[in-house]
Design a protein around this ligand. Structure first.
Ligand code: GLU
Length: 393
């Protein structure tokens, strides 16, 4: 009676979402829990976005939209891809989904068969391998390390590709490590990919506005234009514009893939929320200058967290080049815990919610510890880090 599908049996619930829900529940029960588990900006959603949503409601934009998104939002997303990522793409090659996560899910489910292999640099974002497994395909981890900036090398890529490889998943700046690929890095990876025409590339650029290194953001469809016909580029407004709850992601890629994703989406959510789509138009078309201030705030928080973590005996973290996470190595302390989930529970008992490194495939690179999100205000970060230090003395 309680039998699940084989596909569901292959996956675990999202551990970022699970830890955040646990923190919510404990707080509702009166516990004093500071959550650094989920990655979402604490800044208020910009007022012009909120105003656009109210106007959409008043105008009666409360019905179904076309499956791939409103013409207005696909146009605004095309503006965003070109202005912010340097990627010129017609609106017809863009699909709007209920969050970047849904776009990723659609693309993988629409293209993978059992036996296909998907290359994922580890540490990885929690949902990548789970979606691949749900699709019945095989996850092939490519381990990275702090010394190499958590980036894969062309040699590693060349060795990992087999005749069954279908996708390479790239995430730059990356969650959970902040790994950021330069234009030269991508050109070198592109050189390897050129010899393997069956391999598609998913470039998850959702953190592009949160890059702390100088110079422009680099993305593979731009650096290797000849590969663009097999690249799907993921973006959105959740992280950039503090709109996580709106659930709007956008994906740009070859027409056949966008159509395939739409075919699947028509049976899943139909379309993304009409009001959220109106808000996303305002986000993409409205002022962008405040994003630089936000980025500077995140950079200052990053520096504060990195210094505080590295001052705690047994913990260390490199300086992330992008996104808003610190991947913290706790190996010297792990003899005190059964595993890093036990460490996470110990920290929760001390009032801080974080996510264990194993949720991000840490074990594939010998990484034991946990991830914090520094997308929280300075006072909360200071207190949370104080609690972590106290819990680990
Ligand atoms: N991507 C964010 C994180 O890693 C949001 C939660 C999720 O969907 O995993 O925390």
């Amino acid at each position: 009676m309680h039998e699940m599908s084989d596909a569901l049996g292959r996956i675990q619930p999202s551990r970022t979402n699970a830890m955040t829900d646990r923190a919510f529940a404990l707080r509702e029960g009166g516990a004093d829990i500071l959550s650094l588990s989920v990655g979402e900006p604490d800044f208020p959603t910009p007022p012009h976005v909120v105003a656009a949503c109210k106007a959409a409601l008043d105008a009666g934009d409360t019905r179904y939209t076309p499956v791939p998104g409103t013409a207005r939002l696909r146009g605004a997303a095309a503006l965003h891809f070109e202005r912010d990522l340097g990627l010129a793409v017609p609106p017809a090659q863009i699909i709007v989904s209920a969050g970047g996560k849904q776009s990723i899910f659609l693309a993988l489910l629409a293209t993978l068969n059992p036996g296909d292999e998907v290359l994922i640099p580890a540490p990885w974002w929690v949902s990548y391998p789970e979606i691949v497994r749900f699709a019945g395909a095989t996850v092939v981890p490519i381990p990275t390390d702090p010394a190499g900036g958590f980036r894969i090398t062309p040699d590693q890529l060349a060795t990992a590709i087999t005749p069954r490889t279908r996708w390479l998943l790239l995430n730059s700046p990356g969650n959970p490590t902040g790994a950021t690929y330069s234009a030269d890095d991508l050109v070198a990876l592109g050189e390897v990919l050129r010899a393997h025409p069956r391999v598609m590339v998913m470039s998850d650029d959702i953190y592009a506005p949160l890059r702390y290194t100088p110079g422009r953001h680099a993305t593979i469809a731009v650096e290797c234009p000849d590969l663009a016909p097999r690249v799907l580029t993921i973006s959105g407004v959740s992280k950039s514009h503090a709109m996580t709850g709106f659930r709007i992601g956008v994906a740009a890629g070859p027409a056949w893939l966008i159509a395939a994703m739409g075919r699947l989406q028509s049976h899943v959510s139909g379309n993304a929320c009409s009001i959220s789509q109106a808000g996303a138009v305002a986000a993409f078309e409205g002022p962008q200058d405040f994003l630089l201030d936000w980025r500077d705030r995140f950079r200052a928080r990053r520096d504060m967290c990195v210094a505080a973590i590295n001052a705690i005996p047994g913990l260390s973290t490199p300086v992330p080049d992008g996104a808003f996470y610190c991947m913290i190595d706790a190996a010297p302390l792990m003899h005190r815990f059964a595993d890093d989930e036990a460490l996470a529970m110990h920290l929760l008992d001390h009032g801080v919610a974080i996510v264990a490194a194993s949720a991000f495939g840490g074990e594939y690179c010998g990484f034991r510890g946990f991830r914090i999100s520094f997308a929280a205000d300075e006072a909360k970060l200071t207190e949370a880090l104080r609690r972590i230090a106290r819990a680990l003395v």
